[in-house]
Write a protein that binds this ligand. Structure first.
Ligand SMILES: [Zn+2]
Ligand SMILES: [Zn+2]
Length: 104
């Protein structure tokens, strides 16, 4: 990986295993939880419903508002999160199944 400038405001990283773009961030003020979520392109729709359906108590749904300016900041979702929320809704990153290697 190319060296990232120190002090960068960008929290974007890549999964060391599968190189998927990730957003890794401490979320919360009193009891912060480290979220490590897939970071899809900004224009990719990620509605709340399917994300919530795939979530578990150990795999929470995060809401990611995209602002024209300012850093990406994940937000907690609660049981009352609006189902038509226009933001992207992200789950903890999981590496896709490894592709069978053709290298010998
Ligand atoms: Zn939302
Ligand atoms: Zn991965």
């Amino acid at each position: 990986m190319a060296a990232r400038p120190r002090g960068s405001t960008s929290p974007q990283q890549r999964c060391p295993a599968c190189r998927a773009p990730l957003l890794v961030q401490w979320v919360g003020h009193t009891a912060a939880l480290q979220a490590r979520v897939d970071l899809p392109p900004a224009e990719e729709p990620r509605p709340y419903g399917p994300a919530a359906a795939a979530s578990t108590p150990n795999n929470l749904v995060w809401c990611l508002p995209r602002h024209a300016h300012g850093p990406l900041r994940l937000r907690w979702t609660t049981g009352r999160h609006p189902p038509d929320c226009p933001h992207q809704h992200l789950l903890t990153h999981r590496c896709p199944p490894a592709e069978p290697t053709t290298l010998f």
